[in-house]
Design a protein around this ligand. Structure first.
Ligand code: E4P
Length: 214
């Protein structure tokens, strides 16, 4: 499973890169708004650091305007992937962008029926938001299972990005299901590698090493 980081923060991206496990980045308007910088400059800096896909979201609601925005965003760097919302206008935009060879990530997916349409359309990525479903007492991970099955049944090539991840078990479950990508907040990446028994083990080994004759 590929690991993307869900952030627009340069420091977090650098830290995740240094671990050697990072395959790409996803941003959204909320994440960009936290950085207090013009979006094109920020996205450019991210794309210099990361060679894998970097998702940048359009804010227009009509297909033609989305395509215009996408064209401007695509000029920032060749690894930019255009995020469009899962609406009728978004689907129209994906069709046009695919014909132009622009990679797309369809975001704000909350149901298998939405995902079926996106797979049929052949978008490059779909982003089902599992944490936001859990927040309203729906089973977010069930959506990933459903999409995985539907895409397998019809051999759809759209890659599933498990998004809106809240904790390490979301990542583990996504990997067990066989999702293509998990986009993970910086804090959760740290939580993935932590285990108290690892820390205790190191402490004990270092203590015992002091007893070895020098
Ligand atoms: C995905 O691409 C989104 O940026 C993200 O995962 C949204 O997560 P949130 O529900 O924590 O805002």
């Amino acid at each position: 499973m590929k690991i993307f980081i869900d952030t627009a923060n340069i420091k977090e991206i650098k830290e995740a890169l240094s671990l050697g496990i990072l395959d790409g980045v996803t941003t959204n308007p909320t994440l960009i708004s936290k950085e207090n910088r013009p979006a094109p400059d920020l996205l450019k800096d991210i794309c210099v650091l990361v060679s894998g896909p970097v998702s940048a979201e359009v804010i227009s609601l009509e297909a033609e305007a989305m395509v215009r925005e996408a064209e401007a965003l695509s000029k920032i760097a060749k690894n930019i992937v255009i995020k469009v919302p899962l609406t009728a206008e978004g689907l129209k935009a994906v069709k046009i962008l695919s014909q132009k060879g622009v990679k797309t990530n369809v975001t704000l997916c909350f149901s298998p029926s939405q995902a079926l349409l996106v797979g049929k359309l052949g978008a490059d990525y779909i982003s089902p938001f599992i944490g936001r479903l859990d927040d309203i007492s729906a089973e977010g991970m069930g959506l990933i299972r459903d999409i995985k099955l539907i895409y397998k049944n019809y051999n759809f090539k759209t890659q599933i990005i498990v998004a809106s991840i809240r904790h390490p078990m979301h990542v583990v479950e996504a990997a067990k299901i066989g999702a293509d990508v998990a986009t993970i907040p910086f804090k959760v990446i740290g939580q993935l590698l932590k285990h108290p028994l690892t820390d205790i083990g190191i402490e004990r080994f270092l203590e015992d090493w002091k007893k070895v004759p020098k």
